[in-house]
Design a protein around this ligand. Structure first.
Ligand code: CO
Length: 136
């Protein structure tokens, strides 16, 4: 079973500009910036209340974020749900007919183990599962 919405992922074309925009919008600066080379992204995290916003900028031309922004422009990219046990949640979703983008959990930004669920099987929304990474 999934828990609360862990964060909203927003694809941006320029991280510096988007950080300035969101700092003005939320009235608070990002609490973290992190490069995730394996995903080809640079991220920036904001807190608003108990909620988290993740800004994502492509760090290479073959990054999925680069393709997303080219195709759709900047905007909401994914919805991430907290899970306690990502491996069993991945198995449950696979059995229920969802297509997962990876066979095993990957190391994501902000100390998470993550897995994406293909938007073709979720009504057009890219879903991310997030478990706290016990090794970080
Ligand atoms: Co995310």
């Amino acid at each position: 079973m999934t828990g609360k919405i862990e964060h909203l992922g927003i694809a941006v074309a320029h991280l510096d500009e988007a950080e300035t925009l969101y700092t003005a919008l939320l009235g608070a600066a990002p609490y973290k910036r992190e490069d995730v080379a394996s995903e080809g992204v640079r991220t920036s995290f904001f807190l608003t209340g108990n909620n988290k916003i993740e800004l994502l900028e492509a760090s290479s031309p073959d990054s999925p974020i680069h393709k997303f922004v080219q195709k759709n422009g900047p905007g909401i990219h994914h919805v991430a749900f907290h899970v306690e046990d990502i491996v069993s949640e991945m198995e449950r979703l696979k059995e229920a007919g969802f297509t997962l983008l990876h066979e095993t959990p990957k190391k994501g930004a902000d100390n998470k183990l993550i897995c994406f669920v293909h938007p073709k099987t979720t009504g057009g929304v890219l879903i991310e599962l997030c478990q706290d990474d016990p090794e970080r």
